[in-house]
Ligand binder design. Structure first.
Ligand SMILES: [Zn+2]
Length: 220
């Protein structure tokens, strides 16, 4: 007979969730997770951390630093005493938490902040907004951090990836290893990302990308 500890046996596996509704059926707001939203009505930039708190630690602080006092901020934070990742990591292309979607619906720039595994100091930047992705990577490189944009494990090009569910259907995400989510490195990275976000947006009608995508990729 195999005896398991009651606590781990009772922890749901987030890999079985197909949507936020599944997570909310298994986990309780206020006990297992919290949602924190700061609206900046003058800004159409949203900084989001869908795996914040103790799920991907350090991403709450980074997202807050990037948003500063001027950009919209969304945090979905794990607050369980343990097993936060296992119980609360709703993968990004299934992350349809309604308050998050409502916030980013009005935002033309969406940047998601994530923590990834890995022992080296590379950052991985992805997302369907390749212009924003490349601006972020360039800013990070200028701050002397290795930022890769292609050929890595985190392309974030799925249309339902939460970073791509803002007003334009295209956003960006940054994956940071543990070593860069704290201290001076995190400060420098937040400053670099903020600088990239303050760049003037490209001159492009808001709807043209959607039309182009429909014409070139009807199934997409
Ligand atoms: Zn994540």
């Amino acid at each position: 007979m195999i005896i398991r500890s009651e606590s781990s046996n009772a922890v749901p596996d987030a890999r079985t969730y197909r949507s936020f509704a599944d997570l909310a059926n298994a986990q309780l707001r206020g006990r297992d997770f919290e949602i924190s939203i700061t609206r900046r009505h003058a800004s159409r930039v949203a900084v989001i951390a869908p795996h914040a708190g103790e799920i991907e630690d350090g991403t709450s602080e980074l997202a807050r630093a990037i948003a500063g006092d001027d950009h919209n901020l969304y945090l979905f934070e794990g607050i369980r005493p343990e097993y936060n990742y296992r119980a609360l990591h709703l993968t990004s292309h299934l992350f349809d938490e309604p308050e998050c979607l409502a916030l980013i619906a009005d935002c033309t720039v969406v940047v998601a902040v994530h923590g990834c595994a890995g022992l080296d100091d590379r950052l991985f930047v992805g997302g369907r907004d390749t212009g924003l992705r490349d601006r972020l990577a360039a800013a990070l490189l200028a701050a002397e951090h290795r930022a890769e944009t292609a050929g890595h494990r985190y392309p974030a090009v799925h249309p339902n990836n939460v970073c791509n569910r803002g007003a334009t259907g295209r956003g960006a995400q940054i994956e940071l290893p543990h070593s860069l989510r704290r201290g001076g490195a995190a400060h420098a990275i937040a400053a670099a990302v903020r600088a990239a976000l303050s760049d003037p947006p490209r001159a492009q009608p808001a709807c043209s990308c959607t039309v182009d995508q429909l014409l070139s990729n009807p199934a997409g």
